[in-house]
Design a protein around this ligand. Structure first.
Ligand SMILES: [Fe+2]
Length: 306
């Protein structure tokens, strides 16, 4: 009898369980924990062990407290259900397993509901240093510990509000071309702001500048580079600069922005929403990031259903 091969492992790019769900159009999935291979857990263990001393040196205090509060395991991939039991009583946030990319409006709408779309696959062992797409290490060791902090969690919800305001501000436009043009500008502004804060943000700390952005906190190499290197420009965050600044990917960020506190960050997102209402995000500088059709479509669909 031919042997049935049971696909094992939830490795990024080699996870039939996730890929098949995506092909069926299922965005929200469950984390079938038994599917992780020994190698998957070993990759987590090595990533965690390697970066831990750098967190202690360069991460903001809230992040380190978040790691403790969630009791994030160091030697195996965490179960999202275990994380959520600890996280939800703190800020109402939950990590929610997804099969892949969540189009822009749906992503921000999740944040508004205090749900964080979370990748469940983990990078292959030969790509420990860099993976262009998020994996469970980036999402649960980089993002989720920050969600234990009240003001930061509220800031994410405010980003979600911004997406709804974008829809509200464009739903009345009769010309679909003009609606698409404005939404493209607004999405670009929001994406840049999100990139330079939630993904790559720096904060003034009691012992100097520290990191709170998840792209930094999940990267062994870039975390140190962001704080120590002379090749990085670090400036106080100004909205007009950030929304017009191209966000580069695939290499270490040459330019980073600093906030004073999470209350300060919340106020900045609040101000971003007021700028949107005043039409100040309708014409931002062209350039990166490109806005994928599926992101624009998600906002257009939401505007059409208003
Ligand atoms: Fe991220």
């Amino acid at each position: 009898m031919p042997q049935t091969l049971v696909p094992q492992g939830l490795t990024t790019g080699h996870a039939p369980f996730v890929e098949e769900a995506r092909d069926r159009g299922e965005l929200y999935i469950s984390q079938v924990y038994e599917l992780y291979s020994k190698e998957n857990h070993e990759v987590w263990r090595q990533l965690y062990q390697r970066i831990r001393p750098r967190w202690e040196r360069y991460a903001n205090d809230h992040f380190l407290r978040g790691i403790q509060a969630l009791n994030l395991p160091s030697d195996r991939i965490p179960r999202l259900s275990e994380i959520n039991l600890k996280l939800q009583p703190l800020t109402g946030f939950q990590a929610k397993a997804v099969s892949g990319y969540v189009p822009g409006f749906l992503f921000f709408d999740c944040l508004r509901r205090r749900e964080f779309p979370t990748t469940i696959t983990i990078r292959p062992a030969d790509k420990m240093d860099y993976l262009p797409e998020p994996d469970i290490f980036h999402d649960t060791a980089g993002h989720v510990p920050m969600h234990t902090e009240r003001a930061f969690a509220d800031t994410l919800v405010r980003f979600g509000d911004c997406a709804h305001t974008a829809v509200e501000m464009t739903a009345h436009l009769r010309d679909p071309k003009e609606r698409a043009r404005r939404l493209t500008n607004i999405i670009r502004a929001m994406s840049r702001f999100f990139w330079f804060t939630v993904e790559f943000g720096l904060m003034r700390g009691p012992h100097g500048t520290c990191a709170y952005g998840s792209g930094l906190l999940s990267s062994y190499g870039e975390l140190e580079h962001a704080i120590e290197s002379d090749e990085v420009g670090r400036y106080p965050l100004q909205i007009e600069w950030v929304i017009n600044q191209g966000a580069e990917i695939d290499h270490y960020q040459p330019l980073l922005f600093i906030v004073d506190s999470f209350e300060h960050l919340f106020d900045l997102v609040d101000q971003l929403e007021r700028w949107m209402r005043a039409g100040k995000l309708n014409n931002v500088a062209p350039g990166l990031p490109e806005i994928p059709e599926r992101d624009l479509r998600s906002f257009m669909d939401a505007a059409e259903s208003v």
